[in-house]
Ligand binder design. Structure first.
Ligand SMILES: Nc1ncnc2c1ncn2[C@@H]1O[C@H](COP(=O)(O)OP(=O)(O)O)[C@@H](O)[C@H]1O
Ligand SMILES: [Mg+2]
Length: 269
């Protein structure tokens, strides 16, 4: 598919097979796609189809069995602070205040104290946590912890943000609020984002482009460019049309893989 914008990341023929005591297990198969500068790319697929594995491969946290990942033309072989990961459950430091958690990456990189303090406050404000600078993670709700995680990722000034279902564990109402908030931050602080989810509304609310993965082993089934104006309404006719189209495609994938499974079972008998 023709895409505009400068190339940021490039994944070519990516595959991943885990070796387990019970044999090898193919999780991802032959994925080729680009990530463009400042785009909000959503990787959407069913549970267990390899989304987290794929995101970790983009981050350099997990190696590829075949294929390559490039970031700004360089092979990704290990983690780097230019690629920040926002995890599914927040990996905050429980002994640090919100302020220290958010400023952590800058502190490690010995960023000048004044700039660190300015940036920390800016991102705490942007995620709506003003007044909670000196709170500890244990004093915060689930949604607030995710806000800290997002502020921390942005504050490290990464080139690419990799987000693994960061709102997956939140209740529906908090999840909507977080989606709105993230959209808002992304509009203010344009950045390249790769966001993984198995929630269709979340994908359509946030994405410039959606890559739909099949069941395990995850393969690219289809790409959708989403050009509805922002902020989006969940009841916009175009939103509802796309939701129906993508859900139908996903259900078709599922029944194909079920019948393939049945076939394999029959052949074994
Ligand atoms: N280190 C590993 N070793 C063996 N299997 C793994 C490993 N990591 C993930 N898997 C398996 O790979 C499949 C895909 O996992 P994951 O990438 O977490 O999927 P998703 O994020 O789409 O739910 C799962 O069946 C999971 O059990
Ligand atoms: Mg996952």
């Amino acid at each position: 598919m023709e895409q505009s914008g400068k190339l940021k990341m490039k994944c070519q023929n990516l595959s991943k097979t885990f070796r387990t005591p019970n044999g090898s297990f193919e999780v991802l198969k032959d994925l080729t796609f680009d990530v463009r500068e400042n785009e909000f790319l959503v990787i959407f697929g069913p549970g267990q189809c390899g989304k987290t594995t794929l995101l970790y491969m983009l981050a350099g946290l997990e190696g590829c069995t075949a294929g390559t990942v490039e970031h700004n033309g360089q092979l990704v072989e290990e983690p780097h602070h230019s690629r920040a990961v926002v995890y599914q459950t927040m990996a905050l430091f429980p002994w640090m205040t919100v302020k220290r958690n958010v400023g952590f990456s800058q502190k490690v990189r010995k960023v000048d104290k004044q700039k660190r303090e300015q940036d920390t406050q800016k991102f705490i404000d942007l995620v709506g946590l003003t007044g909670f600078e000196n709170s500890y993670p244990v004093q915060l709700s689930g949604g607030m912890k995710q806000r800290v995680g997002i502020a921390r990722a942005y504050c490290g000034d990464p080139d690419v943000l990799l987000m693994d279902e960061p709102f997956g564990h939140l209740d529906a109402q908090t999840r909507y609020m977080m989606q709105e908030s993230l959209e808002n931050i992304w509009e203010n602080e344009k950045r390249t984002v790769v966001f993984v989810t198995n929630n269709i509304e979340e994908a359509l609310y946030l994405a410039d482009r959606i890559i739909l993965l099949t069941d395990c082993p995850g393969q690219i089934c289809k790409e959708y460019t989403i050009d509805m104006p922002r902020p989006r309404s969940l009841v916009d006719p175009e939103f509802l049309r796309l939701r129906k189209e993508i859900t139908q495609q996903m259900n078709a994938n599922e029944s194909n893989s079920l019948s393939a499974g049945n076939r394999a079972e029959m052949e074994q008998k």
